[in-house]
Design a protein around this ligand. Structure first.
Ligand code: SF4
Length: 386
């Protein structure tokens, strides 16, 4: 805990806050997007917005894997849960996402479907080994961080000769989503979000490294600072972004040097490349169809691909009309812009996906934001707003 506390020191946070205030240009506004849901959660939990001058605006991005799963893929999961003899293995948050007609995997489980909550892909493989009479399907979701463990279990299942184990692959890629936010045609429809720079993801970058972000810095002239998830990491990254913008620089900088290398984890990248390949396009909730933004299982591992074994149809299903998740995931709107925020839609009864996971913008804002607004001051405790 000592190591973590060093990154939550309230006195240091206030020092960085004072530096940010001193260095912001009084003639301009700063619009910074934290792509990653982990950062969104940290910003809300530690009250980081309260430590920033009014001219620094934090915009939440689409980096929550549960939030960006489109309704069609969720409906596919419900279809799988309905199949006789199937054991569905899923991470907890996934179970709570509501479908368009009010279903969820959790409700399916309550109605008798064999859906098991797991904490790792290895658990799903074990369940398959222990239940040879059942088809065991692992619901794989997430960004580059969770992809190597999925690749690993597919390889293991092949080595073990398992015939009752498949993976429903929904892995998505961060750089493609950032590109799409900056240049997609839907910007005309949903409105243009002003973005001056990005806080780059922490865990994702441990896998892919810092090099893949250089494209954004050069092509779109947007600085990127990769940051860890602790409050001081985020504050320092904001200061680094402001310094770049004040100096008209657009570079990739790495605040999270304790975990991120320029070219990432090559071993993990090779494992992923062995098992997965790019999909031509994939639908994201909030971003629509994004070219080359997701992975599918390669043909030499087709026996372990749930999409192929169970011939799942490609479905595109619209969000609930009242829900603003799409605009929130794109950074165009804030959770408070949704008329059902905190009333019909709460973490206990989510209507949209952004209210499900603690990394979702609405859930983070609900859990911490309203409390902070009612007590809008910096406290004097040792740690930041804890
Ligand atoms: S409050 Fe609920 S319905 Fe509204 S945008 Fe957030 S998650 Fe979607």
């Amino acid at each position: 805990m000592k190591y973590i506390d060093a990154f939550r020191d309230g006195a240091l946070a206030r020092k960085i806050s004072a530096r940010i205030t001193a260095e912001v240009n009084p003639d301009r506004e700063y619009y910074l997007m934290e792509f990653c849901g982990g950062h969104t959660h940290a910003i809300s939990r530690y009250g980081i917005a309260d430590l920033l001058p009014d001219s620094v605006h934090m915009i939440h991005g689409p980096g929550c894997p549960v939030c960006v799963l489109p309704m069609g893929r969720l409906e596919n999961m419900i279809q799988l849960a309905r199949m006789p003899g199937v054991i569905l293995c899923s991470y907890g948050d996934l179970l709570r996402i509501p479908t368009a007609n009010g279903h969820s995997l959790l409700k399916m489980k309550a109605q008798g479907a064999d859906i098991r909550m797991i904490y790792s892909s290895a658990e799903a493989l074990k369940i398959a080994q222990q239940n040879p009479q059942n088809q065991v399907i692992f619901l794989a979701i997430g960004f580059e961080t969770t992809t190597p463990p999925s690749a690993d279990v597919i390889k293991q299942a092949q080595a073990l000769g398992l015939t009752n184990f498949t993976v429903f692959c929904n892995h998505v890629l961060t750089p493609s989503a950032i590109s799409h936010i900056l240049q997609s045609p839907e910007i005309r429809e949903l409105g243009l979000v002003r973005l001056d720079g990005f806080i780059g993801p922490a865990h994702v970058s441990t896998i892919i490294g810092s090099a893949p972000y250089e494209y954004f810095a050069e092509e779109f002239q947007k600085p990127v600072v990769i940051a860890g998830f602790e409050p001081l990491d985020v504050m320092q990254a904001i200061l680094m972004l402001i310094r770049q913008l004040n100096n008209n620089r657009a570079e990739v900088e790495n605040e999270f040097t304790r975990a991120v290398l320029p070219f990432g984890n090559i071993k993990a990248q090779m494992l992923v490349a062995e098992v997965f390949e790019l999909r031509r396009s994939f639908e994201w909730r909030g971003l629509g169809v994004v070219p080359y933004s997701a992975l599918r299982i390669k043909s030499n591992f087709a026996d372990f691909d749930a999409e192929q074994r169970f011939e799942l149809p490609s479905l595109s299903i619209a969000d609930n009309k009242a829900c603003e998740c799409g605009a929130i995931l794109r950074g165009v709107k804030h959770p408070r812009d949704c008329t059902i925020f905190g009333t019909a839609c709460t973490p206990e009864n989510p209507i949209g996906s952004c209210m499900v996971s603690s990394e979702g913008a609405c859930a983070a804002y609900f859990r911490y934001g309203r409390f902070r607004e009612a007590n809008n001051h910096c406290n004097n405790s040792h740690t930041v707003n804890l």
